[in-house]
Design a binder for this molecule. Structure first.
Ligand code: BGP
Length: 475
């Protein structure tokens, strides 16, 4: 048997990329709402262009998303038809606390997710919930400066206490922050940071990172107190950095780049700041405001499992290299000449998936949960309405094989695997709809035109078979 009994197969989405209904149900405005499609998107997500409200002349794809707010029953039924064991989704913080700092939660928002979780359970699907997926109330950004402020720790504690109490018995698996290391790459998305003129960017990012790490540890503590059955995971945008060559400068550059990512999980899983991070903060004169209480909370409340997204490996070149640069999931790096890339320039590396799984398992020795993997590609609808997405099937097949090898040949322990975007949704990086990951096609284009109707692609039937055979039949 390749995959363990009870392996959690499924798919993953994020509220801001699919829900829509941005002003319904008492919901407040969030950073993710005001990130436009188009050339300025990157600057906004990076905190370099201040946009804290809708501005004329821009298109904001998150306002409608794929309208899952109104269609989740239909969509969950389709996931169930594929045999999903789990469905990863995220909570819109501003559905629960519209401003972020209220005393009382918004009942309509709580009821919405309760209903959604019950719908999952009805189909035998275990919800896997990301508490924040690039999500921060606009009010907390305007009033407190986002996660730079320690006050956010308290607001987050309040949020998780409400969630864990309300959904006790309904939700077992929780992730505290999606791709927490994105703070260093897309700080507006990752931490609600808009840089001030002349501000030390790194200092702001590491301060926000510290506050999120402490908040994450508090969430773990609170969850275990409310329900010892709950399992809390961290979530990393993973993908091992290879050295561009065996030149020691390149090897060292890759080591440093890997440490920059591991830093987050080192704290969340080992419970303390690693030496290399403390030294680096000291060298740069960055004060993260660590208290004795922080130290204790971090040490006593490490995560139960390690979750991560994997799209590709990355490549690092040291000083004096002539390596070509390339794109990839917000991490630009050296171009790996041995790998082919997706239509969006992301390297495709299934063996790198096995390598990444081994690296994380060796380092942390905690069960791994792959909560994002997939291929963003353009799809063409045939005249009869069908979609032959063999390229997507190929990508997933190769990655699932690599994951199987990591389990069966290397002894890596895993809880499950959720593909990114089982239903087409708005791209986080580009705001496009045409960058599709789904088994389910959604009729909507980059300008927001289309009926939003759902239809099954060829990969829908393929993934259904994969799940039905617990990964034995990947043909
Ligand atoms: C991850 C995010 C997701 C998702 C995915 C694909 O970084 O957690 O939200 O969108 O990447 O990226 P993109 O949408 O840019 O193709």
């Amino acid at each position: 048997m390749a995959f363990p009994e009870g392996f959690l197969w499924g798919g993953a989405t994020a509220a801001n990329q699919c829900e829509g209904g941005y002003d319904e149900g008492g919901r407040g405005l969030a950073n993710v709402d005001v990130i436009p499609h188009g050339p300025e998107r990157r600057l906004v997500t990076a905190g370099l262009r201040k946009m804290l409200d809708f501005e004329d002349g821009y298109y904001y794809p998150a306002k409608v998303g794929i309208d899952m707010y109104h269609r989740y029953k239909e969509d969950i039924a389709l996931f169930a038809e594929m045999g999903f064991k789990t469905y990863r989704l995220s909570i819109g913080w501003t559905r629960i606390f519209p401003q972020g700092d209220e005393d009382e939660p918004n009942e309509e928002g709580l009821a919405f997710y309760e209903d959604l979780f019950r719908e999952c359970k009805k189909h035998g699907i275990e919800p896997l919930v990301t508490i924040t997926h690039f999500d921060c109330p606009i009010h907390l950004i305007k009033e407190y400066g986002g996660w730079r402020s320690r006050k956010l720790i308290d607001f987050y504690k309040k949020l998780v206490t409400v969630l864990f109490t309300r959904y006790k018995g309904l939700v077992k698996y929780w992730l505290t922050f999606n791709e927490i290391n994105m703070i260093l790459h897309l700080p507006f998305m990752g931490a609600g940071i808009v840089f001030e003129e002349g501000e030390d960017h790194e200092a702001a990012e590491y301060l926000a990172a510290h506050n999120e790490l402490v908040a994450s540890a508090w969430a773990t503590k609170i969850a275990h107190e409310i329900d010892p059955e709950m399992k809390i995971g961290c979530m990393l945008a993973a993908g091992t950095y290879y050295p561009y060559s065996c030149r020691p400068e390149d090897v060292r550059a890759a080591q440093l780049a890997n440490q920059e990512n591991y830093f987050f999980v080192d704290v969340q899983s080992r419970g303390r700041y690693p030496g290399y991070a403390l030294k680096e903060l000291e060298r740069r004169g960055i004060d993260i405001g660590m208290t004795d209480e922080d130290r204790q909370i971090l040490a006593e409340n490490t995560v139960d499992f390690i979750s991560f997204s994997y799209y590709s490996t990355r490549c690092s070149a040291g000083e004096g290299s002539d390596a070509e640069r390339t794109e990839g999931n917000a991490f630009a790096g050296a171009k790996n000449p041995y790998l082919k890339a997706s239509q969006w320039g992301w390297a495709i590396d299934p063996l790198g998936f096995r390598i990444t799984l081994n690296d994380l398992w060796d380092r942390y020795q905690k069960p791994l949960f792959v909560v994002e993997n997939g291929l963003g590609a353009k799809d063409e609808v045939n005249p009869d309405g069908t979609i032959d997405d063999d390229y997507r099937i190929d990508y997933l097949r190769q990655h699932i094989e690599a994951m199987r090898d990591a389990i069966t040949e290397d002894g890596v322990e895993m809880l499950g695997y959720t593909t990114w975007g089982p239903i087409d949704l708005v791209s986080a990086g580009t705001g496009e709809m045409s960058k599709r990951y789904g088994f389910i096609y959604v009729d909507r284009d980059d300008a927001g035109e289309g009926t939003l109707a759902r239809s099954k692609k060829k990969s829908f039937y393929w993934y259904k078979k994969v799940i039905a055979t617990n990964g034995a039949d990947l043909a």
